[in-house]
Design a protein around this ligand. Structure first.
Ligand code: GLC
Ligand code: GLC
Length: 815
């Protein structure tokens, strides 16, 4: 069953029932001010850091779930009946309910008793505020007298403290109300220079800022006392829980529409101009007022919204394709690219599954996310790379995470995830191939943010490789440290204490645990660095890296090959993991993907053998599971991976992030049907019909789909913030459709399903536009017969870089 449909033309997903299996969310904002918003207006907002600068409150794991949001209530003054046009929180029946999640905006509309309401929510470019534009229309044949109430609950900034420190926080809340604008200024009197404001375009009949007065004792958001009685209390919060609610009275003639604009924003004053008059405790509002006035204006709102739409058209315009498959088209052209931008902005911080208080930016995660958005915002990718690299440790190792607010490494989690450094090389390589901007390699970048420690970025990459080479185990394979890509394979941890962190506990000395996955990653990264070294004229160095890679490949073939697939690791005691001889966890997906992508086994048939093993042992109709057989109990020597019940997360769940590695590997061995089939199994659009089983949003990838060992096989979880976004984008655009940026141009090397007759694509690359037409006689999956560029047949399939502004026509015939 479906809960809505795609509107491809408008790049929207239209939810047509409010009671989706889970909240189906969207993101507002793309620079500094962000929010999440569900299809029933649930969610919250923050400035830069979802933990430290949370504007509004949201209660995770609440019942009913998804409560706390950007709410409006309509009240009929005659009958006294009131309802939420977004369904939550009153959940009264609505006609024509529709939520349109678009690129950086959501609009939620409905009708009840002849009153239509539609609210558009978005964050204008360059601003630290969000707009709610409500349009209320009277479809009755008589005049309607209505009240419109807004409602948000302020968070006292630090979201963690806000949920735990009640003895203090019940006494600190402060607001000001001036000219109908509600200012939330908790802690402004002391060390904060920032406040939130909530304004309304219409004259107010009243307001409330004390939550418990607005709601009434023992009531919830579904029947606030102020709304029920049709009159605000004009409450001013002192302590307890500050909220913001405006009351606007509307009289609408039949057919009449009224627009009411609300603006919720964040403002920072200069530290020496906090108060006005100086010496008082009153917020200086001189600087913020013009901004508030500007965005309460309907014309400004409309033009800001049009700019937002243009911004996204331009970003998404970087790559547009037209293939025989509508699911592939809409994911590549719209939703997958959009999800990549969201993972870029959010990393793994704020979603319906990530509470915004847990993690900072992952070193590995952010480098991988980059692979998915570098073509859309190369300048921001550059900045991100330099931020990440500045946290790298002098050893070449890396903090596993860093804080977006301070841009510093997170000591709580620390380092020792031995795959982390290699991802920096892949991230930088992707940036260089996209832009050709070699100057980034000469940027002076610190280690561990220590001033004075700077070296060129290029040296960071050299140290990344050395980090692995200096940490090899008895089989000449890389030591795994705390974990590799799989944060949950903790081979040096041996935890028996409940609640202890699997990631940071290392309680045994002298282990020799090694990772075949890191070996594959190293081979891949060494080749990338060799290509970069060549471009800097260091051919000797490039040779050394290739020799290191060859040696590592030999070690993989000697000790990482199990006969029918690549092994996963060696444990603390030097015993093999991911081998036919193991009782459980005999075969893992990660080394099959990564070793083949690195080229290991491509020339001796091992890659195909490994992929056949994946198909036979790991593939399911809902995607490829992470390993088999699932761990039936907790293994102290394996760590968190075996802590999950079978079929969930890393214990044989369909961990979607890894599936594209297999798609790429299939493309590398030329099996287009297999590659595309795997692509479709987890493609959310292709799973739309399964919404009751899948449960997550049909427009974005989840991190995980329950595997075949789970009772809820096929059920997705943890949507949005996952490396799945970037890797699927890479798999489909670069390996299936085969349009790949390389240092010297665009490589066109598709690997398609047999039945396809071709496809078309438009790709902007270094300022020029390439119109690519691929035609393919049925029956072939891969191989190029000829490439014609602007009418000239070229040698091979690398289309060289054209000058910015050029329009390049590329005709590719496969065969
Ligand atoms: C999560 C983490 C990612 C890790 C993966 C597997 O998605 O964000 O860093 O690689 O889990 O454990
Ligand atoms: C949890 C998750 C895993 C993630 C890790 C990050 O263990 O299962 O996916 O990578 O946390 O620390």
């Amino acid at each position: 069953m479906r809960y809505g449909h795609f509107d491809d033309e408008r790049r929207e997903y239209v939810v047509t029932r409010p009671d989706t299996p889970l909240p189906w969310i969207n993101y507002l904002g793309s620079e500094a001010y962000f929010g999440i918003i569900s299809n029933t207006a649930g969610g919250y907002s923050f400035y830069r850091d979802a933990r430290l600068r949370r504007l509004t409150r949201y209660r995770y794991n609440n019942v009913p779930f998804d409560l706390g949001g950007r709410y409006l209530y309509l009240r009929d003054s005659e009958s006294g009946e009131f309802w939420s046009p977004s369904w939550q929180p009153t959940r009264l029946e609505l006609e024509n309910y529709e939520c349109r999640h678009g690129m950086g905006y959501s609009s939620i509309g409905s009708r009840r008793n002849g009153i239509e309401a539609e609210t558009l929510y978005f964050v204008p470019g360059g601003e630290n505020l969000e707009i709610w534009r409500a349009r209320v229309t009277n479809r009755r044949d008589s005049e309607a007298k209505l009240s419109l109430f807004s409602a948000i609950e302020f968070c006292l900034w630090d979201a963690w403290d806000d949920q735990t420190n009640f003895q203090r926080n019940f006494s600190t809340g402060q607001v000001e109300v001036e000219d109908g604008v509600i200012y939330h200024k908790t802690e402004y009197r002391e060390r904060r220079d920032h406040f939130a404001y909530f304004a309304c375009s219409e004259p107010l009949a009243g307001f409330d800022t004390q939550r418990d007065t607005f709601l009434g004792a023992y009531r919830s958001w579904d029947n606030p006392e102020a709304v029920e009685r049709g009159e605000s209390f004009d409450s001013v919060a002192h302590g307890w829980a500050p909220c913001g609610s405006h009351h606007v009275e509307l009289t609408l003639a039949p057919g009449e529409t009224k627009e009411v604009v609300f603006v919720l924003g964040y403002w920072e004053n200069p530290a020496d101009a906090k108060f006005d008059p100086e010496g008082s405790q009153t917020i200086n509002k001189k600087l913020v007022k013009p901004v508030i006035e500007r965005f309460l204006n309907s014309g400004e709102v409309e033009s800001a919204f049009q700019s937002l739409r243009e911004y996204w058209s331009e970003l998404l315009g970087t790559l547009q394709v037209s293939t025989p498959d509508e699911h592939a088209d809409r994911m590549v052209n719209v939703w997958n690219a959009y999800q990549c931008m969201v993972t870029f902005n959010m990393s793994r911080s704020a979603s319906f599954y990530e509470s915004g208080i847990g993690r900072g930016m992952g070193f590995r995660d952010s480098n991988q996310d980059l692979l998915g958005f570098v073509h859309m915002v190369p300048e921001r990718a550059r900045e991100r790379i330099l931020d990440i690299a500045a946290t790298q440790l002098p050893s070449g190792g890396a903090y596993h995470q860093y804080q977006p607010m301070t841009k510093r490494g997170n000591n709580d989690v620390g380092s020792g995830f031995n795959d982390d450094p290699a991802w920096l090389i892949l991230g930088v390589a992707a940036y260089l191939k996209e832009t050709g901007d070699l100057s980034i390699l000469d940027e002076e970048v610190t280690y561990d943010n220590e001033p004075g420690s700077e070296s060129p970025l290029y040296e960071h990459l050299q140290r990344s490789l050395r980090y692995t080479l200096h940490r090899l185990g008895p089989h000449e394979l890389p030591l795994i440290g705390r974990a590799d890509w799989n944060d949950c394979l903790n081979l040096n941890c041996f935890s028996t204490t409940p609640g202890e962190s699997f990631q940071t506990t290392e309680n045994k000395e002298g282990g020799v645990a090694e990772s075949v996955f890191i070996a594959g990653l190293f081979v891949l990264a060494a080749e990338e660095l060799a290509q970069i070294a060549e471009r800097r004229g260091h051919t000797d160095e490039a040779e050394t890296y290739r020799a290191d890679a060859a040696k590592m490949s030999e070690a993989v073939l000697a000790h990482g090959w199990d006969g029918e697939w690549f092994r996963r690791a060696y444990d603390y005691f030097g015993d093999v993991i991911g081998s036919a001889g193991n009782e459980e966890g005999q075969i893992f997906i990660e080394p099959q993907g990564m070793c083949i992508i690195a080229g290991i086994g491509l020339d001796d048939g091992k890659a195909v053998t490994a992929l056949d093993s994946v198909a036979a042992r790991l593939a399911t109709e809902h995607g490829i599971v992470l390993q088999q057989p699932a761990f039936s109990h907790y293994y102290v020597n394996l760590g968190e991976i075996s802590s999950y019940p079978p079929g969930y997360k890393e214990n044989a769940g369909i961990f979607c992030h890894t599936n594209p590695w297999i798609m790429i590997a299939e493309a590398l061995v030329g099996r287009g049907d297999e590659a595309f089939d795997y692509y479709q199994r987890i493609n959310p659009s292709a799973r739309e019909e399964l919404s009751d089983l899948h449960r997550c949003e049909p427009y974005v990838y989840p991190q995980m789909i329950a595997g075949k060992d789970a009772p809820s096989f096929g059920e997705a979880k943890n949507s949005w913030l996952s490396g799945t976004a970037a890797w699927n984008f890479v798999a489909v655009s670069q390996w299936i459709l085969g349009i790949r940026a390389e240092h010297d141009g665009l490589r066109i090397d598709p690997c398609l399903p047999k039945s396809w007759e071709g496809f078309e694509a438009t790709r902007s690359f270094r300022g020029a536009t390439y119109k690519i037409n691929v035609s393919k006689p049925k029956g072939v999956c891969r191989g190029i017969a000829q490439v014609v560029v602007n009418g000239q047949k070229i040698k091979g399939n690398l289309v060289e870089t054209h000058p910015a502004g050029a329009a390049v026509v590329v005709e590719v015939t496969m065969g």
